[in-house]
Design a protein. Structure first.
Lengths: 111, 113
């Protein structure tokens, strides 16, 4: 069935390290793809999105490119900060009316 | 507009009691969603409204759960005869159209003791 899969966490990095969090989806067609972030004690916030193949979403130094060949939408950041410590969720409507979320990847950035 | 508001932020209830949560979406958004999130998991879809019509319900939404959105504005989620397994964060989100992306509220954390 349709699903969103993302890499298991937790991910622990030192400040200024490069970050990649993998996300792949299974669906018919090319659904819109999203990354949400949940900071400690807060609600989910939209981080970035891409609505069609080959689109690149970007925000706050984070980027993700919609790769239809690999049905992926990996999240990257070139230099993480302590303030980036949060849980990151990949999500997509997968062609339906409501979003399906991945299980989340917890990122901890150490000073 | 202050975003999506949920009330209460926290609720502790005894098993078997009924609870009701409220969500006030962004006023221009005609779509409203309820999700449930347990520790270490992603949000799981419960139900969705377009204006006042409840268009989809998840299998997770047992007959003890009911949601309403009278007049297409705020929404309520009621859980009857609560069980310990209902303990979770209940999230409300709204959006102006399909595939647009959600704006989430801060959630209501339910603890059933």
């Amino acid at each position: 069935g349709n699903s969103v899969t993302q890499m298991e966490g937790p991910v622990t990095l030192s400040e200024e390290a490069f970050l990649t969090i993998n996300c792949t989806y299974t669906a018919t067609g090319y659904p819109s793809l999203f990354w949400y972030v949940q900071y400690p004690g807060e609600g989910l916030q939209l981080l970035l999105k891409a609505t069609k193949a080959d689109d690149k979403g970007s925000n706050k130094g984070f980027e993700a490119t919609y790769r239809k060949e690999t049905t992926s939408f990996h999240l990257e950041k070139g230099s993480v900060q302590v303030s980036d410590s949060a849980v990151y969720f990949c999500a997509s409507p997968l062609g339906g009316q409501n979003f399906v979320f991945g299980p989340g990847t917890r990122l901890s950035v150490l000073p | 507009d202050t975003g999506v508001s949920q009330d209460p932020r926290h609720k502790i209830t005894k098993r078997g009691q009924n609870v009701t949560f409220r969500c006030d979406p962004i006023s221009e958004h005609n779509r409203l969603y309820w999700y449930r999130q347990t520790l270490g998991q992603g949000p799981e879809f419960l139900t969705y409204f377009q204006n006042e019509a409840q268009l989809e319900k998840s299998r997770l939404l047992s007959d003890r759960f009911s949601a309403e959105r009278p007049k297409g504005s705020f929404s309520t989620l009621e859980i009857q005869r609560t069980e310990q397994g209902d303990s979770a964060m209940y999230l409300c989100a709204s959006s102006p159209q399909a595939n647009y992306g959600y704006t989430f509220g801060s959630g209501t954390r339910l603890t059933v003791v």
